[in-house]
Design a protein around this ligand. Structure first.
Ligand SMILES: O=C(O)CCC(=O)C(=O)O
Length: 371
């Protein structure tokens, strides 16, 4: 859901100044240490030190290329902006408070780890090691499809990769309710480093989690003891989104989320086009990806994640909390009183919603037969 003109100009300006001030401090600190590259400083906001630093902090899910990716952003806590009032005001002093309150019944429970994340992306024509598109052209959106993911897995990771958060080893993903992207720079033209999403795929993700729970009693993308990928997820350490979800979306071929390119149907991530002050609120389950800022201006966005009561951090969690996540994963609109009526109508009356769920179930049954 896009909320246009959600945040007043003056509030955006204060957030911008605070982010740029923080960048300046980092620049000065880097200069003192002898580093002088502007780009590496900006990358400091685009790379998560927790995952990029030492080998022991690198989850094995990440390929060396992904570890260098300019598309990764650390949480505010890692760049001195965890409690920056100028950033929190993007919610407090804007129409996002009444909108979120109507949707969720609250606008305050943004999760701690990664709950507030400045996502700054300088101009960069291509990913490290890849060719830039010809002058005047943009990289095709399909080239970003590999980055599509749902959140909630990385906080439960260490050097061995993802972790189960409960002693019974049934939960390796930590959902929240919704992610809110607040644009502080112009992102109205394709190529400006917008967040891209896969429309409708949140339903497929929800159906997928139901299937994982029903058939395996285990949720998330953690691989099994013998190294085989988590059920149905596919790929090394279950990167991105489950194979079954990808294949089902491709099979249905809805033009909102697929495109035929070079004679082949491909996933088509769709840019979220925002003006400064606009915001986008998306369900946890909606696959999304960062993309390169190929044209500028510098992409400046603040990301906030809102969760259920008690959805904290860490690995030694109370059973009740783990159970509430289990419910959230299988019923994504848990705790969205403002959507209850619409959800009820869509689920009971929309042939498209039913069709997607049925197609995914069929594919997962094939997977069960094959394995
Ligand atoms: O920076 C973006 O546009 C998206 C970031 C993202 O995908 C994430 O932090 O999960």
């Amino acid at each position: 859901m896009i909320v246009r003109n959600a945040v007043p100009e003056s509030v955006i300006a204060r957030a911008h100044d605070r982010i740029q001030g923080e960048l300046e401090l980092r620049r000065q600190a880097a200069e003192e240490k002898g580093a002088d590259k502007e780009s590496s400083l900006k990358a400091g906001f685009g790379e998560n030190p927790k995952f990029a630093k030492g080998k022991s902090n690198v989850p094995t899910e990440l390929s060396p290329r992904a570890r260098r990716s300019p598309l990764r952003h650390p949480p505010g806590s890692q760049v001195g902006l965890a409690a920056a009032s100028e950033l929190l005001d993007l919610i407090k002093d804007s129409s996002l408070t009444p909108v979120l309150t109507e949707l969720l019944g609250h606008a305050s429970r943004h999760t701690e780890e990664g709950g507030l994340q400045p996502a700054i992306r300088p101009v960069q024509k291509s990913m490290p090691g890849q060719d830039a598109p010809p002058a005047g052209e943009l990289a095709p959106v399909t080239s970003f499809a590999g980055g599509l993911h749902v959140d909630g897995r990385r906080p439960n990771a260490n050097e061995d990769g993802f972790l189960f958060v409960d002693a019974a080893e049934t939960m390796a993903i930590r959902p929240f309710q919704c992610i809110t992207f607040v644009a502080c720079s112009d992102q109205t033209q394709p190529g400006q480093g917008q967040t891209h999403v896969l429309p409708g795929a949140h339903l497929a993700m929800e159906e997928f989690f139901r299937w994982q729970q029903e058939n395996f009693g285990r949720l998330g993308s953690k691989e099994l003891e013998d190294g085989s990928p988590a059920p149905g997820w596919g790929g090394p350490q279950g990167q991105g989104i489950p194979t079954a979800v990808k294949e089902t979306i491709l099979e249905l071929g809805d033009e909102a989320n697929t495109v035929v390119e070079d004679g082949e149907r491909k996933l088509r991530p769709v840019p979220v086009l925002l003006r400064p002050g606009d915001a986008c609120i998306a369900a946890f389950h909606l696959p999304h990806t960062a993309t390169l800022n190929q044209t500028g201006p510098e992409r400046e966005q603040v990301i906030l994640r809102f969760g259920l009561a008690g959805s904290g951090n860490g690995l030694n969690l109370e059973d009740a909390e783990v159970e509430s996540w289990r419910q959230q994963l299988q019923h994504q609109w848990t705790g969205f009183p403002g959507l209850a009526e619409i959800v009820e109508r869509e689920e009971t009356q929309s042939a498209k919603v039913r069709g997607l769920r049925e197609a995914l179930r069929r594919r997962l049954e094939e997977y069960e037969l094959d394995n």
